[in-house]
Design a protein around this ligand. Structure first.
Ligand code: IMP
Ligand code: MG
Length: 183
């Protein structure tokens, strides 16, 4: 091994940490407890939005005490990699019917809210018994539509963030914290 190869060079794109690993763990546990109380005795279908929500969802689910199942949707929004256009296309639909079910959408981040607004409309049309949203992060300054977000992990400023599932051009999802993408 060449000299110095064992010391990884810090990635200059990983900027200021906005939410630490410890803060994530604490808040995810709190959300899990709150959701468990609210849904006690019910059988909930968690709908994860691929791919970013997978990390949050799998941690959250381990703190849920009521019966629950999980399914996934994949959507693509037309636009650049850091801006959403509001035109959303379903790439992968749910495997199961949600009619008459208690559904909780689990999202990594709500930015303009346009993606979620589209998802909510699509899913409401399928007549679930209830439909709520749990988003790890929201950017209140960017929100363009009025959305009923029942559970929020953290409100963050208008910065593009990476880590804990969030990507920049498909990279950085594996970071255990949420950081600003440095330019
Ligand atoms: P929205 O439709 O504008 O709310 O944004 C929808 C999607 O854009 C999110 O589900 C993310 O996939 C992506 N996104 C928005 N902001 C960020 C960010 O700061 N980092 C990484 N992805 C983001
Ligand atoms: Mg997303």
């Amino acid at each position: 091994m060449p000299d110095g190869a064992a010391t990884a060079t810090p990635d200059p794109r990983i900027g200021e940490v906005l939410v630490t690993e410890e803060q994530l763990a604490t808040r995810v546990r709190e959300l899990g407890e709150e959701i468990s109380r609210d849904y006690a005795g019910r059988d909930v279908l968690l709908v994860g939005v691929l791919k970013g929500a997978v990390f949050f969802l799998s941690d959250l689910m381990r703190h849920l005490e009521m019966a629950c199942e999980v399914d996934f949707m994949a959507v693509a929004s037309y636009g650049s990699s850091t801006d959403c256009s509001g035109v959303v296309r379903i790439l992968k639909d749910l495997d199961v019917s949600i009619e008459g079910r208690d559904v909780l959408i689990v999202e990594d981040i709500v930015d303009s809210g346009l993606t979620l607004s589209y998802l909510l409309r699509t899913m409401r049309a399928r007549q679930p018994a209830s439909l709520e949203v749990c988003a790890l992060l929201t950017k209140p300054e960017r929100l363009k539509v009025d959305l009923p977000i029942r559970y929020t992990g953290f409100e963050i400023p208008n910065r593009f963030v990476i880590g804990y599932g969030l990507d920049y051009a498909q990279k950085y999802r594996q970071l255990p914290f949420v950081a600003v993408l440095a330019d």
